[in-house]
Design a binder for this molecule. Sequence first.
Ligand SMILES: [Zn+2]
Length: 479
Amino acid sequence: MLKGTGNSIYVLLLACLWLAACALPATTPPPIQPDSEGDVGAAGLGDPIYPHLGNGGYNVAHYNISLAVDMAGNSISATTTIQAQATEPLRAFNLDFLGLTIDSIQVNGQPAGFRRAGSELTLLPVSPLASQQPFTVAVAYHGQPTPIANDPAVPRSYGPVGWLRLSPGVFVISQPGGAMTWYPVNNHPSDKATYAFTITVAKPYVAAANGSLLAKIDNGPSRTYRWVEDRPMASYLATLAIANFEVVTGEGPNGLPLRYYLPPNAPRPVMDALAETPAMLRFFTEMLGPYPFETYGLAVIGDERVRIGLEAQTLTILPVQRVAAEQLHELAHQWFGNSVTPATWQDIWLNEGFATYSEWLWVEHTQGRAAFEALVRAQYLRMAQAKMWPPAQPPADQLFGPPIYIRGAWSLHALRLRLGDDVFFALLRAWVTRYQYGNASTADFMALAEEISGQPLADFFQTWLYTAAVPSLPPLVRP
Ligand SMILES: [Zn+2]
């Protein structure tokens, strides 16, 4: 996600329409109960910051999301089909799903009972599921998707998350919990899955989603777009962008297909910035190894008042005025966050600290060592003056606070100073290789750092990642 922007004001054209709908549902999700009756999947995965997100008892393999979108009414008519596998015997299990009207639910082709409480959707299949049994859930639903406006862990300046109807069109920006505003989901980054999207929308709108465009079908007054993301993806990274886009294609290193969904007549600074994308891809590829996905590009929000953006998998979403400043940060997330995904939301510094340090490394690469040293000194002063708290233990209401970015990045720089360049960059390559397409925690990173370096680093990580006091400035001389 974007770096914190202080008290910037996020303006939504349709805020007035959302006034009644922007709050989380009045019904709070039920507390997580021990499995007293047996065979009931847990209503949450016990995330340290979002205990109710996700559900226990099964793993999702694939989502097939089929949407007809009415742009004028900002409404959808949809069917989401989920392929999953039970991890325990299940008489009932939950999905996360917020708002929208459910028309029908089937489990393994048979109508299933269901009940709803807030964002928890409990399904009651006719036949209980056996442990390890693969199963299919099909949910048909319709209505106006309502974004989550008041997540206490997200800075107010970011605005609502989920399905966003902005003046240029629809842009889905879900981090952390917004996926459930438009499809039923096991809504936690630890349950990654592949995705297919079928989107039907009236002309002249153009629909983009994650992955590769398999088909574009002309229905006369409308078009249907089929997108597939066949690499595992966390639910917060699933996106949809629908607007009157101009589509620009290109090619990155190793023939990587690039596609950009741009507002008509995108301003020159945006086009200049996008011309840099192949060089940035080369930089990361040389530093970390191959780009992990099959396509890359951006969908650009043509409204300068929007302040929110997201590194959606293979399709970064950024507002028009932030493309130049933020695109490298969001590209870094394709490795740090999208391919290697945090095990819990408490591990968010593994996304943001790494993406921020990537920005500093780009300065070193393009502007030289003196500019880099000046930057890291300035960021140290900023960190010390603000007494930034340790990045691996964010307060529950500060998931995207500045320490996640700045002290997170400085923790990596301090590690580089301690280990030397050769070992540090070998560690980064090992990180994105060992945990590619999976999940990893701060403990995993610390263990890998000790393994690759052969050094005990517990005290180092305790000081930088877990101790309140900002560590003293290490000697900036690199071994
Ligand atoms: Zn970020």
